[in-house]
Design a protein around this ligand. Structure first.
Ligand code: SF4
Ligand code: SF4
Length: 427
């Protein structure tokens, strides 16, 4: 069994019961809200208008740039509104398509479109559901010009209390095999490695049953943030990826694609749903299959989870997911999970100063000086923050989680990045 080979990070107890919960298919809501930014590929252009009838899987928006991901109707119904300015979960103002679904129909009735395998990820609207949600076509296009020796299919869950990737190994084996075969045809890697949580015997057994030929299982103890690309590449390929802007795993002969994206590719249908863990705390865990555009509050209702006053809804995992200020915000391709924090868990900004304990430095998996880069960002000293490798931060949140005085280090770091990027855009 391979052990975590990551420096720093956090070992939290594994809630094994989360992997035992089968996916529940949630009912369609009365309205599906589909913002026209769904990944890092940028703004989509609507291809439908108000009052149009749509079929499940019909193209509703696409990106004029090449190698991006289109957007499709999650269900048959009617376009009731094109909102010109919808504030999404990251605070961006974007257009959105609102569909009133015909709840009497099944949402999964779309058929597989005819397309060249190389353009299929664009046509199907595929993304890689990683910490950064990237169009899968862009990632594959970037890899196409290089020699990919190892295709790494990542089934390690991104954060503690998320289990959907492990669960996909148990439930979606056939789609996963087909997705792996498609990627192998496109990339011709010498080997394919399926990385799974080593401490869950059922997941390991299910993964072993999928292995064969050039596909091997790589069990790994998932110490957070082991699933992040640089950490995973280091564990699997045994090589360090230097932090230099633009250097990726593909530069050392690997390509990491997450298991949900691979299974979606294998299903061959437009991407209109997400497989998510919804967590209301230990003992209240659900794995769900939910249509894109479903309001997060509706997902919680379906799971019988009522956020307590003073708590917080996180769209993602507890370590680094953004807070959903409004339960009416929809599930998008960027939603990694739903986690409800109780009032005691909410990390309130403290009137505190750094006591120089060094814990954040010791546990930073990117070997940064979080207290310094966060401190410079807080004081608007962005050049200095950048000199201390602000942009090498993978935003895992380990530093903020461990800081004994509760400094919101991750918030300061994100603030610094936004300010610098905003200034560069405006320059
Ligand atoms: S500085 Fe960034 S990479 Fe390092 S622990 Fe903090 S959030 Fe994670
Ligand atoms: S963990 Fe908190 S208190 Fe300790 S050095 Fe880092 S910022 Fe300072």
């Amino acid at each position: 069994m391979a052990l975590s080979r990551m420096r720093g990070g956090i070992a939290l107890p594994l809630a094994v019961e989360g992997f035992a919960r089968p996916f529940e298919t949630l009912p369609l809501p009365s309205r599906l809200i589909l913002p026209l930014i769904q990944d890092e590929g940028g703004l989509l252009e609507a291809r439908v208008k108000k009052n149009d009838a749509v079929q499940a899987g019909q193209l509703i928006a696409e990106n004029p740039q090449p190698h991006r991901a289109s957007l499709h109707a999650p269900a048959a119904g009617k376009v009731v509104e094109i909102v010109s300015s919808f504030r999404d979960i990251l605070g961006r103002l974007v257009p959105a398509v609102v569909i009133e679904p015909d709840v009497s129909t099944q949402r999964d009735e779309s058929s597989a479109p005819e397309a060249d395998p190389a353009t299929l990820p664009t046509v199907l609207g595929m993304v890689d559901f990683d910490r950064r949600t990237q169009p899968l076509a862009a990632k594959l296009n970037d890899a196409a010009g290089r020699r990919i020796e190892t295709l790494i299919v990542n089934a390690l869950d991104q954060e503690p209390f998320l289990f959907s990737r492990g669960r996909l190994i148990l439930e979606e084996g056939q789609a996963l095999l087909q997705g792996i075969a498609s990627l192998q045809r496109l990339l011709s890697p010498a080997k394919t490695v399926l990385v799974v949580e080593s401490r869950v015997p059922a997941v390991r057994r299910a993964a072993a049953a999928l292995a064969g030929g050039a596909t091997h299982v790589f069990p790994l103890a998932n110490r957070y943030p082991q699933a992040a690309a640089r950490m995973l590449a280091r564990a699997v390929l045994g090589a360090e990826i230097p932090y230099t802007a633009g250097v990726t795993v593909a530069d050392i002969g690997g390509l990491i694609v997450d298991v949900e994206a691979v299974a979606a590719l294998g299903r061959g249908r437009p991407l209109t749903q997400r497989f998510l863990t919804v967590s209301g705390g230990r003992g209240n865990l659900h794995n769900v299959r939910v249509a894109l555009g479903t309001p997060i509050g509706r997902v919680l209702e379906c799971c019988g989870i009522a956020p307590a006053a003073g708590g917080k809804i996180i769209a993602g995992g507890p370590m680094s997911g953004p807070a959903a200020a409004d339960p009416g915000l929809p599930v998008t391709k960027e939603t990694a999970g739903i986690y409800v924090q109780g009032p005691a868990e909410v990390n309130r900004p403290a009137e505190a100063v750094c006591i120089k304990c060094g814990l954040c430095v010791e546990k930073c998996p990117m070997r940064l000086m979080p207290f310094l880069i966060a401190g410079f960002s807080e004081k608007n000293r962005f050049d200095e923050a950048e000199r201390y490798d602000l942009f090498a931060c993978i935003e895992c949140g380990c530093c903020a989680y461990l800081c004994p005085v509760g400094l919101p280090l991750l918030q300061f770091i994100r603030f610094g990045k936004q300010q610098i990027l905003g200034r560069r855009k405006g320059a």
